[in-house]
Write a protein that binds this ligand. Structure first.
Ligand code: ATP
Length: 355
């Protein structure tokens, strides 16, 4: 069965020779909230713009709702887009801006008014309805652009950093609204974001891209708990994962002078294999010296509110764990940090792939 959005062998080479998309394949189901993540320049925006028809493909094809749209004009794709440069019509009021696509689609006036009001209420711009775009702030303009897209009810939403100009509180509220409305309407949505917590919070599935290719595709839970390779492991997580070089010796992982048990999820490793031991600091706890973890001197303590991030120097290797607020160790003291074997991961050092 094919997905609602199908991207096949998509390549985009810009005239200056930059290969922004490299034979990329992607299938998105009807009604899915899909997020695209990746470092700056990996091709996220290009992929979104190509699906939207704002960029022409170099090779490959795109279908939406079982229709090949590779050469279809953006206006004929029945999609609503909000891009970073949310172009509002300068001569129209906020209300007219939100209602314009509905007017073009000849939506009846009372329904138009209702849709405009729902979107304006949700994005808290009711008091700006009479103003022109030049008379409101950047964050407010962005909210108008989102409201305009939300009022439209197309087949597909394409959002490129739609909340980037909002302050932290508004951003959280707006993202809850996005998710709620997307659920209610069941409109397939693709979101490009720099903010991984936004992707983890909103997406049914997500992809991490690198150099015009997808490096991993899956649910937010899979990304957080089982990054498929070292690139994704290093990229996902608000506090970076511990990624420690080691070698399999006597059925254990030798990291510097410390021997740690092979993580529970690993099926097989070869004696002498070069590996990278990965574990999120959230799954590394302060333990007694006999518990068999990493022992070292506390170098840095970072207060994260409910808990502390504890960094120790274990014979030249930096290991991070966490301690509950009130039970944090003192800098300069020697402690042990014990990784949870059920949460730890092992990567092959050569290929970078999860074992
Ligand atoms: P960011 O997170 O910084 O927005 P991105 O992942 O969205 O990055 P793209 O904007 O898709 O990345 O860019 C992918 C690559 O294509 C980059 O190397 C970029 O410099 C290049 N690129 C983008 N647009 C053009 C263009 N019009 N002409 C030439 N190269 C371009």
């Amino acid at each position: 069965m094919s997905g609602f959005v199908e991207v096949k062998s998509l390549t985009k080479v810009f005239p200056n020779g930059t290969r922004a998309l490299d034979s990329l394949n992607l299938s998105i189901e009807q009604g899915e909230f899909f997020a695209l993540l990746g470092p700056s320049g990996c091709g996220k925006t290009t992929l979104l713009r190509t699906i939207g028809g704002l960029e022409q493909t170099t090779e490959g094809f795109i279908s939406i709702d079982n229709t090949d749209v590779t050469f279809v004009e953006p206006g004929d794709r029945n999609i609503a887009m909000v891009f970073q440069d949310y172009a509002l019509y300068p001569h129209m009021s906020v209300e007219e801006n939100i209602g314009y696509p509905l007017k073009v689609r000849k939506i009846e006036k009372s329904l138009r008014t209702e849709r405009i009001k729902t979107a304006a209420d949700a994005l808290q711009i009711q008091n700006l309805m009479e103003r022109k775009p030049s008379q409101i702030s950047g964050g407010q303009q962005q909210r108008v652009a989102v409201a305009r897209a939300m009022a439209t009810r197309p087949n597909l939403y394409l959002f490129d950093e739609p909340l980037s100009n909002l302050d932290a509180r508004l951003r959280l509220e707006a993202r809850t609204f996005l998710k709620q409305l997307q659920r209610e309407l069941g409109v397939t949505t693709i979101l490009v974001t720099h903010d991984q917590s936004e992707a983890l919070a909103l997406a049914d599935r997500m992809a991490v891209m690198e150099l015009g290719k997808i490096r991993q595709l899956g649910s937010p839970v899979e990304f957080f708990h089982r990054p498929a390779n070292l690139f994704v492991a290093a990229f996902i997580g608000s506090t970076p994962m511990n990624l420690l070089n080691g070698k399999v010796r006597d059925g254990k992982v030798q990291i510097g002078s410390t021997q740690i048990g092979v993580p529970t999820s690993v099926k097989s490793v070869a004696e002498g294999q070069e590996v990278v031991f990965g574990v999120r600091p959230e799954y590394v706890q302060v333990a007694s010296a006999q518990s068999g973890g990493f022992t070292g001197v506390v170098k840095v303590l970072e207060n994260l509110g409910t808990h502390y991030l504890v960094s120790i120097d274990c014979n030249g290797i930096l290991v991070r764990g966490t301690a509950p607020d009130g039970e944090e160790p003192k800098p300069g003291t020697t402690i042990s940090l014990l990784p949870d074997p059920k949460r730890a991961l092992l990567y092959d050092a050569g290929s970078g792939n999860l074992l």
